[in-house]
Design a protein around this ligand. Structure first.
Ligand SMILES: [Ca+2]
Ligand SMILES: [Ca+2]
Length: 140
């Protein structure tokens, strides 16, 4: 399974992460880091991910997001995009967007409290939508 791994770090332990890494994986194998151009395309995704407050102290990498799309009909447009918020190999929480009728618009957003502010609400669903849109723009 191919996925984009997003890692946020707080190298100065300020409580605010300011380092972001974008890495492309196939299973457990690192394919490559995002290029400069891809990093520019991923600016919105990075900004939204930082709002999720799922980051590491110092230069650790345990906490990260894995985001990937599924296209079981193999028509080139994904029927669902999934977000797995990991701590090491363990999924701590998840979100997903589903395009039920495969028309390119995601009708169903499944989300818990993805930004860790103690409330699962519309803001979380909007963050998921923003992450999904930004990921799909990459065309990966
Ligand atoms: Ca749809
Ligand atoms: Ca929330």
């Amino acid at each position: 399974m191919r996925y984009l791994k997003v890692i946020a770090q707080d190298p100065r332990d300020s409580g605010q992460p300011d380092s972001l890494y974008f890495r492309f994986y196939e299973g457990e194998q690192l394919l490559r880091e995002a290029t400069m151009l891809e990093r520019q395309q991923l600016t919105t995704l990075g900004t939204t991910y930082l709002k999720c407050a799922w980051f590491n102290a110092g230069d650790r990498e345990e906490r990260h997001l894995r985001i990937f799309s599924l296209n079981p009909s193999a028509d080139g447009t994904p029927e669902s995009v999934r977000l797995h918020f990991h701590e090491g190999p363990t999924i701590i929480y998840k979100a997903a967007a589903h395009d039920l009728d495969n028309d390119g618009a995601f009708e169903v957003i499944l989300s818990s409290d993805v930004d860790n502010d103690g409330h699962a609400n519309r803001t979380d669903r909007n963050r998921v939508r923003a992450l999904v849109r930004a990921f799909l723009k990459l065309g990966w």
